[in-house]
Design a protein around this ligand. Sequence first.
Ligand SMILES: NC(=O)c1ccc[n+]([C@@H]2O[C@H](COP(=O)([O-])OP(=O)(O)OC[C@H]3O[C@@H](n4cnc5c(N)ncnc54)[C@H](OP(=O)(O)O)[C@@H]3O)[C@@H](O)[C@H]2O)c1
Length: 310
Amino acid sequence: MTNILFAAGPALWAEYETALRTALDATGLDYRLVCEADPESVDYVVYAPASKLQDFTPYTRLKAVLNLWAGVEKITGNPTLTAPLARMVDEEGLTQGMVEYVTGHVLRHHLGMDAYISNPERAWRPVVPPLAGERPVGILGLGTLGLACAEALRGLGFPVTGWSRNPKTAPGITTLHGPDGLSGTLERAEILVLLLPDTPATRDLLDAERLAQLPRGAVIVNPGRGALIVDDALISALDSGQLAHATLDVFRTEPLPAEHPFWAHPKVTVTPHIASETRVPSASRVIAENIRRGEAGEPLLHLVDRDAGY
Ligand SMILES: NC(=O)c1ccc[n+]([C@@H]2O[C@H](COP(=O)([O-])OP(=O)(O)OC[C@H]3O[C@@H](n4cnc5c(N)ncnc54)[C@H](OP(=O)(O)O)[C@@H]3O)[C@@H](O)[C@H]2O)c1
């Protein structure tokens, strides 16, 4: 019997229970799925960042923690967790959703749609945008989500430069890495998309100096994590005209406090962390497949490198 504890909270339990059982049934495993259990009996924990479970010490036979979210910054540093930690990679749901969000917001800025969506003075002001091939896009983070977005944007004709920690190759995409590669990516990015995880190495990455490396009038789209950008530096860059706009989906504090200057800034679009949600049916299949693998002695998918923090 494989004991699975759903520790992601009652609201998500209501959403996930049926889909998880369906996905687990399909694996043929003999399992017990519960949302409360004697810690010593638990083989796998299904987890979400808001989970109350913080002390894994009593979970003596734990084989893995399976996160429902792609971002793991709230758990990766937990010293009581010694079992493997897997993050969510859900190509059908999460990845597709992010591709749609990023493509939509890049096209909005590329085409200058705002000028026509709201035009109360009925001004006939034609501004012909360049074609995609003349609009370089940079993507910081070329992992599951960044690469999928890079490929979609390249498919639309944008010249895409992607930046990662380790060297990468991707057909049709200029790939740069490491500290030197960052300047090269920033210098050419008229639209910059942030799809990095929140780690000690990426926190505050976009400070005043790095924002100044972007071409004047560049746009930022950040569905990665709020801590990647220094808020005050971003506002100064918007006010000075160094940046034309920032579309932000993630924030240092969420929900974004009502008094935060981002809300009222005319060059900021706030979306409430909806760039991409984990989708229940497909994410349940990912969780079930990892448990099947664990029980079959196969390597788990999507393991987090605890030292790197993602
Ligand atoms: N807003 C939303 O709704 C939403 C939804 C899902 C995810 N997210 C965010 O998106 C992030 C990315 O997700 P993912 O699944 O694509 O993650 P991933 O597959 O782990 O990719 C992370 C990418 O960032 C790069 N990276 C990490 N640290 C770096 C550093 N110090 N310097 C340069 N590059 C670095 C990695 O480089 P290597 O390739 O060399 O390892 C990799 O390319 C998540 O961590 C989460 O914060 C947001």
